[in-house]
Ligand binder design. Structure first.
Ligand code: PTJ
Length: 244
């Protein structure tokens, strides 16, 4: 890590950049991941780099959906593995859900590096892509999944999607929870629940929500039914348009 003083006004943002750069250097994140991260930074700036009320509402609904799921799976790509490995492992443990490596830019070496990163942060159950199970409605590398993971999941957590797979998963009747700073993206619009927040801020909040909703079964369905993803996206877009 480079020498960023903690007093720097953009300390956190610079620290997260460092994590992505370290991800590229460690073979976890693709070069394209740097571009995706920069795009995310721009949107984050527009929402004031904080977890807004539209994200809070989505976080509660996402937690309810993940807790209620019969077979939730957490999908991990190169950006998520570099930014929030601890939190992904923690969320998987709390939900008793598998982590599944699934990347857009095909590379077996990077898939292994992502799994190693998660193992080194305490993961015990990591599923890898296979050619024994494929998703329908999709041609990219993301179609290769694990038969005991994304293929049979009822709810899939897919942070920082590139857009093609969300539609495919929805077409297969699965619920999708995403974290995406761009409320206009195809993923944001097609997901069941879109948390418009930085993944780094959203993950600890999601873990907290899941912990507080576990054991409160009667609350889950009402929270999910009351949630309207379109309204949330309109609120997020409005906040960005009004910023500054
Ligand atoms: O590891 P791979 O091969 O699966 O590739 C992963 C990336 C992220 C490179 C790939 O999925 C991709 O190209 O994604 P896109 O199409 O750039 O979309 C990523 C979305 O995530 C964009 O809408 C960004 O605004 C958003 N985003 C970027 N960084 C963050 C973010 N959203 C939340 N938190 C972030 N830190």
């Amino acid at each position: 890590m480079s020498d960023i003083p903690t007093t720097h006004p953009r300390y956190l943002s610079l620290l997260w950049r460092e994590r992505i750069v370290a991800g590229v250097e460690g073979g976890i994140t693709s070069l394209h991941g740097l571009i995706a991260h920069g795009r995310g930074e721009a949107y984050d700036y527009l929402i004031g780099e904080c977890t807004c009320s539209f994200a809070q509402q989505a976080l509660e609904a996402a937690a309810a959906m993940l807790v209620q799921a019969k077979f939730p799976v957490l999908s991990v790509n190169g950006n998520a593995a570099a930014l929030v490995p601890n939190e992904l492992v923690q969320l998987a443990q709390i939900l008793d859900a598998p982590l599944e490596v699934n990347i857009f830019h095909a590379s077996e070496v990077r898939e292994k590096a992502i799994a190693d990163q998660l193992y080194s942060h305490g993961a015990s159950n990591i599923l890898m892509p296979t050619d024994q199970a494929q998703l329908d409605f999709i041609d990219s590398n993301r179609r290769f999944v694990h038969p005991d993971g994304i293929k049979r999941a009822d709810v899939v957590f897919v942070p920082l999607e590139d857009g093609d797979r969300c539609q495919a998963l929805r077409g297969m009747g699965k619920e999708v929870v995403t974290v995406d700073l761009n409320p206009l993206s195809r993923t944001a619009r097609q997901a069941s629940i879109t948390i418009v927040d930085n993944l780094v801020r959203a993950m600890p909040c999601l873990i907290k929500e899941v912990e507080s909703l576990r054991g409160q079964c009667s609350k889950l369905s009402p929270i999910i039914e009351a949630y309207d993803n379109c309204q949330i996206l309109v609120a997020a877009e409005q906040a960005m348009r009004n910023s500054g």
